[in-house]
Ligand binder design. Structure first.
Ligand code: M6R
Length: 366
């Protein structure tokens, strides 16, 4: 049942090219003129008139929401708030009458996410769910549902669900951008083309596995690790740190690279592993100077960037290169080496990779 893989997690990491492909099928219009999301039963004018989006989720799904915010705000020019469901549901939330509520849940059964959905529905808001399980509570109770076709995810650590949630969110952002006239047709076409190529690129990124396995073996006894990045890279850093904590039990913190010198830099000492993401061209130089700051404290830096940014190698100790695509799509590729790093670290430490201590796959109690 694990298809020849030693763990479900590794199998699911490797299923990502297919999961991305399956999530895209039928959703890119012919000629790449737009996005087909017939599952959105929105009344006329709904996309054009919404003035705020609240994205609510837990854990990895929340991290996907953080990426979604950047995409939606950039492409559709709607303000987006992303919040952890267990916070959102107990807060006196301020919504406008034209707020769209989006919940993201792999399982569709997470108690806090479901409660936030119900509260929004009671308030008369239209709820869109992004979920991986057809017929789940979230799917049944939401007004509109975008299914991520990742297939069953068995390992507690979420991998292919995250990448497909990202794909769904980008499709949604493009759809909204086109509907609202904030995204030019040629830009949309370029992105849809890049999305179409993504499964193939994700497959190439899987080839970084031996490099990550080696790194994990070397740093398996580290006490603390740091993941840094700016913008989309910061959102991915949060997911990378969660993955490492969850299954390897190594303490990991993600930091917005520019925030390091406001406190955390004090923790960077000789040999501390820092995973630095630098995929975004407009932030590249800024991140580079943060990387130099941690190198000056003798951290061991594993950098990640696109092929072609050869200067990073001169500053860091090791580089993971991602195949070229539009930088806006970087999160879908950049998370894969981080999943592999967490996986190999957990294996190197002899942990129960698929069933980490204290955790359940689906958190149906609060
Ligand atoms: O099923 P959900 O997406 O609602 O689950 C949310 C979180 O419990 C989940 O993403 C959790 O953080 C994962 N174990 C992380 O790998």
């Amino acid at each position: 049942e694990r298809g020849g893989y030693p763990h479900f997690m590794l199998k699911e990491i490797h299923e990502q090219p297919k999961a991305i492909r399956d999530t895209l099928i039928g959703r890119i219009a012919e000629g790449r003129d737009g996005v087909e999301l017939a599952e959105l039963g929105w009344p006329a004018g709904f996309a054009e008139n919404m003035d705020r989006i609240h994205i609510v989720a837990c854990g990895t799904s929340w991290h996907a929401g953080l990426v979604g915010k950047v995409w939606i705000e950039q492409l559709a020019r709607v303000p987006v708030d992303v919040e952890i469901a267990s916070e959102y549901r107990y807060r006196d939330v301020l919504r406008t009458p034209r707020t769209l509520m989006v919940v993201i849940s792999q399982s569709g059964e997470t108690a806090d996410t479901l409660a936030a959905l119900r509260a929004a529905k009671e308030g008369g808001y239209r709820v869109l769910a992004i979920t991986n399980v057809v017929g789940s509570s979230v799917a049944r109770e939401a007004d509109d549902v975008i299914i991520t076709w990742a297939g069953p995810e068995i390992a507690v650590a979420s991998t292919k669900a995250y990448t497909t949630q990202l794909v769904a969110l980008l499709l949604l952002a493009i759809h909204l951008g086109l509907a609202r006239g904030t995204l030019a047709a040629d830009k949309a076409r370029e992105m849809l083309q890049a999305l179409d190529n993504l499964p193939q690129l994700a497959d190439q990124v899987l080839d970084t596995a031996p490099q990550l396995a080696q790194f994990a073996e070397r740093y398996k006894d580290a006490h603390d690790t740091f993941f840094i990045g700016r913008g989309l890279d910061y959102a991915v850093a949060l997911e990378g740190a969660l993955k490492l904590k969850e299954i390897s039990y190594i303490h990991a913190e993600a930091y917005a690279a520019g925030e390091l010198k406001h406190g955390t830099l004090a923790l960077i000492t000789e040999g501390v592993p820092v995973i630095a993401l630098a995929t975004q061209p407009h932030l590249y130089e800024k991140t580079m100077s943060n990387i130099k700051e941690v190198k000056a404290r003798d951290a061991f830096v594993l950098g990640m960037t696109f092929v072609g940014n050869e200067d990073l190698a001169q500053v860091v100790d090791e580089v993971i290169y991602l195949p070229q695509t539009l930088p806006v799509l970087a999160p879908v590729l950049a998370v894969i080496p981080l999943q592999l790093l967490a996986y190999y670290a957990a294996v190197a430490r002899g942990n129960d990779v698929d069933k980490p201590r204290n955790l359940a796959k689906s958190v149906t109690v609060e």
